[in-house]
Design a protein around this ligand. Structure first.
Ligand SMILES: *Cc1c(COP(=O)(O)O)cnc(C)c1O
Length: 405
């Protein structure tokens, strides 16, 4: 990469050093730290695409699709332009449209429900369980004669209960599309998420666990006919140039993004293990604070900690306190989907989604990325403990680490 450009990025970053006696800010995610650790792979990947002038389609895209499918132990991967399109295209290829209903979860990023509406179908929300995922005990009562599919979201990186969801969908003849945008490599029992229904959709938005340097996404499936349909639709309805058997859209994974994703894929397991280690450190250092509820991991599943979300008393005060110390946090999401202005027309009330509603004022995402070092972790932990008037921390005692993986 251009050294001039890299210097500019570094200048911008040092401007982020806050006023607290030159203490560097701790961001929620640090994509530059990751780039620095693997820059020679990334630079080479980008160069190779430029040298080959293979910007759209080509070998790099095929290679990444193959590698990603292999990693998940699934037959097909179709690269698309982003994770939102992946959801939209998957539904569209199942002929989901006007008059249909699709069940999904109240707490997610808007892409999950926006893409349902985009097909012409109606999003039907179900409240969350204690792990922030769809409450499988409430799915059945949301099913009507118009229901076509269920979209579970493996939110924050934790797998939803795919055995229960499959059992319900098999009983009612419903399709499953897993939204895996936050859950690359997470597992339900022995299998990776994305492989339990007709399709799994992934986002490679830069901040995701596997992130491109721009927008990118993918659909994975065991169904070869469905894979071909998705591939054709995403490329103007043509599998071969100028052979438009149907109309489609322009939603392709580009060569540079594919090459970057391939370069990063080899590190994904170790990054995931580090995320789990950081989660274990947070857990053992914060779990004794009554005002904080650390995220639990349910049985039979893994959590890849795209986000580390605690439920905190006096959340907004805590957030400002941390910001004052140069520690950035996030809220995912400030409003559950049914309560967004965009869905006012559905007429939902707080009582319809008591859990999602109760979380809105308590959830807080602490800094989480594989490059977060011990010093930074200690600062975050120390600051949270200080806010709640607790001193000392046991986080450096490995025997007390909570096991997540
Ligand atoms: C990021 C995300 C998406 C959409 O991904 P884009 O690539 O940004 O379109 C969909 N669902 C969830 C849960 C996400 O977090």
């Amino acid at each position: 990469m251009n050294p001039e450009f890299m210097r500019a990025i570094r200048r911008e970053r040092s401007a982020a050093f806050d006023a607290v006696a030159g203490t560097p800010e701790i961001p929620l995610v640090d994509l530059l730290a990751q780039y620095r650790s693997i820059s020679r792979y990334i630079d080479k990947a980008i160069e190779s695409v430029i040298e080959a002038s293979a910007f759209i389609g080509g070998q790099r895209v095929q290679q990444f699709e193959q590698k990603f499918a292999d990693k998940l132990a699934v037959s097909h991967c179709v690269g698309v332009a982003n994770g939102t399109d992946a959801l939209y295209i998957a539904m569209k290829m199942l002929q989901i449209g006007p008059g249909d209903e699709v069940i999904t979860v109240a707490n997610s990023w808007i892409s999950t429900s926006e893409s349902i509406t985009q097909t012409g179908a109606k999003p039907v929300f179900v409240d969350i369980d204690e792990y922030f995922n769809i409450d499988v005990d409430k799915i059945e009562r949301a099913i009507t004669g118009r229901t076509r599919a269920v979209i579970p979201v493996h939110l924050y990186g934790q797998a939803a209960d795919m055995s229960a969801i499959r059992a319900i969908c098999d009983r009612y003849g419903l399709e499953i599309i897993e939204d895996c945008a936050q859950a690359h490599l997470a597992q339900w029992k022995e299998r990776k998420v994305g492989t339990f229904g007709r399709a799994g959709t992934f986002s490679f938005y830069p901040g995701k666990n596997l992130g491109a340097y721009g927008d990118a996404g993918a659909i994975v499936t065991e169904d070869s006919e469905f894979a071909e349909k998705c591939r054709r639709y995403a490329n103007h309805g043509a599998l071969r140039k100028h052979e438009h058997t149907v109309e489609g859209v322009n939603s392709r994974l580009d060569g540079i993004q594919a090459a970057i994703l391939s370069a990063k894929l080899q590190f994904l397991e170790q990054w995931t293990a580090r995320r789990q280690e950081i989660a274990a450190i947070y857990h053992s250092a914060l779990n004794d604070i009554d005002e904080i509820e650390c995220p639990g991991v349910g049985p039979d599943r893994t959590h890849v900690f795209h986000l580390y979300v605690v439920r905190a008393a006096r959340r907004d005060e805590l957030r400002s306190f941390l910001a004052g110390l140069g520690i950035r946090t996030g809220i995912h999401y400030p409003k559950a989907l049914p309560f967004l202005a965009a869905y006012r027309y559905l007429g939902h009330r707080a009582e319809d989604f008591p859990r999602a509603c109760a979380n809105q004022d308590r959830i807080l995402s602490l800094p989480m990325y594989p490059e977060l070092d011990e010093g930074q972790l200690s600062r975050v932990i120390g600051a949270v403990r200080e806010f709640y008037g607790r001193s000392g921390t046991s986080h450096d005692t490995p025997s007390r680490h909570h096991q997540y993986s």
